[in-house]
Design a protein around this ligand. Structure first.
Ligand code: GLY
Ligand code: MN
Ligand code: MN
Length: 408
């Protein structure tokens, strides 16, 4: 942060469904990363140069209200909030105004947060944006800065403690996948598999799914964000399952594709092994120094060779390809990796060289309309000084492992 500046982070909104119902509350990821606080209507205020040390870090919480607590349950008390956040100054939201005004007058620059995910397309005016409007209109002569660009860099590099929590989310996901291998058979419905996932996650103390599980048998596997999960899994088809537990606020993101009847056909095995080859190739080059853009190009090159080999592309299609829309993209039409953390598509750079400590997915896929088939294999990796550590290395992945576990 610049000298004499203050940063203010606000909670997410409680989002209405219909009538008096609201969606389960989800904390703003930056506020959670800074404080560990999951309660609604909270704020974090950071003012490192404040002459009064007491007000260099402030956590703002809603004042517990006995009547409201009869309906909605206990809210944090001061001692609990201090223990969770490590912040020593707790202020109730209803008395914030009188405190904030003099702090703002001491500061030259105000950092406010916004959602800088490149794929954000929502037009809903969320609380962080409304707060920016409010502050700019109340204090028009201050300088304003983007907190998100700082948070993006801070959150992208994970500490060992964060990875330990993520590993727990991954282990829960692994146990769940092993359970599914015994459950899947012809005739089972996709939503029955989803129900197994929920049961397994919650009974292992996960907070829930990290994102809506994609349980896609047969041709539905070509739909990248298929979440209807309402078809019957048929003999002879493959089933693609993209799911992950959320634990301690961190998201696992696994994809495995298995034969519904427990045995790959020859063709399925050929395409699967081609995808596995791409997965292993991608893993071998995901190291500090490379950018996600260059890495994606390299994996695209390898995919081109693979797709020639398994008869998806012809040489002249590759020779005459449009460099802006390469031939391989007909069968692999998404990115290979994204940052992973508190958000499943975590914030982070795609254009700057990657650094040790970052966590990425590796998730090549092959989607063939002519054969009504979709395969994706996705693991989660922690970037080390010289390479990476596969946090999902124990989760069965080869044809032989999967067939042998499904036979049992
Ligand atoms: N589950 C979403 C993804 O793999 O990116
Ligand atoms: Mn996924
Ligand atoms: Mn992913």
């Amino acid at each position: 942060m610049e000298k004499q500046s203050i940063a203010i982070f606000v909670s997410n909104d409680e989002v209405p469904v219909n009538g008096d119902a609201i969606y389960p509350f989800k904390q703003n990821s930056d506020l959670f990363w800074l404080s560990g606080i999951t309660q609604e209507d909270s704020m974090v205020i950071l003012f490192p140069d404040n002459p009064d040390p007491k007000f260099r870090e402030v956590l703002v919480l809603v004042r517990p209200n006995e009547l409201k607590e009869k309906w909605d349950g206990k809210r944090l008390r001061v001692a609990e909030a201090k223990a969770i956040s490590g912040m020593q100054t707790i202020v109730w939201l209803d008395s914030l105004d009188g405190l904030l005004q003099p702090m703002i007058h001491l500061a030259e620059t105000i950092y406010l947060d916004s959602n800088e995910n490149d794929r954000k397309s929502s037009l809903v005016r969320s609380r962080d944006y409304r707060y920016i409007d409010e502050m700019r209109s109340r204090y028009p002569l201050h300088q304003y800065r983007r907190a998100a660009s700082i948070m993006k860099d801070l959150r992208a590099v994970k500490t060992a403690e964060e990875v330990e929590v993520l590993q727990q989310a991954i282990d829960i996901t692994e146990n769940t996948f092993r359970r599914l291998l015994k459950f899947i058979k012809p005739g089972v419905m996709e939503y029955e598999i989803e129900a197994e996932i929920f049961h397994s996650f919650l009974s292992q103390r996960a907070t829930g799914e990290a994102y809506g599980s994609i349980i896609a048998s047969g041709d539905r596997a070509r739909t990248l964000h298929y979440v209807s999960n309402n078809a019957e899994c048929k003999d002879g088809e493959l089933i693609l399952m993209d799911f992950g537990a959320e634990y301690g606020g961190y998201c696992a993101d696994l994809t495995r594709t298995v034969p519904v009847n427990g045995k790959f056909t020859r063709r399925q095995k050929t395409v699967y092994n081609s995808c596995l080859h791409l997965h292993n190739y991608a893993k071998s080059i995901l190291k500090p120094g490379i950018t996600i853009l260059d890495y994606t190009d390299k994996v695209g090159e390898e995919a081109t060779q693979q797709f020639l080999k398994i008869g998806l592309l012809r040489k002249n299609e590759v020779k005459n390809e449009d460099p802006e829309n390469r031939a391989y993209r007909k069968y692999l039409y998404h990115g290979i990796s994204h940052h992973l953390g508190i958000d499943v598509h975590d914030l982070g750079t795609r254009t700057a060289p990657i650094k040790a400590g970052m966590v990425f997915t590796v998730e090549p896929g092959i989607y063939i309309e002519e054969e009504q088939m979709g395969i994706r294999i996705e693991n989660n990796l922690w970037i080390t000084k010289n390479g990476n550590k596969d946090l999902m290395k124990n989760i069965p992945m080869t044809v032989e492992e999967i067939e042998s576990l499904m036979k049992k």
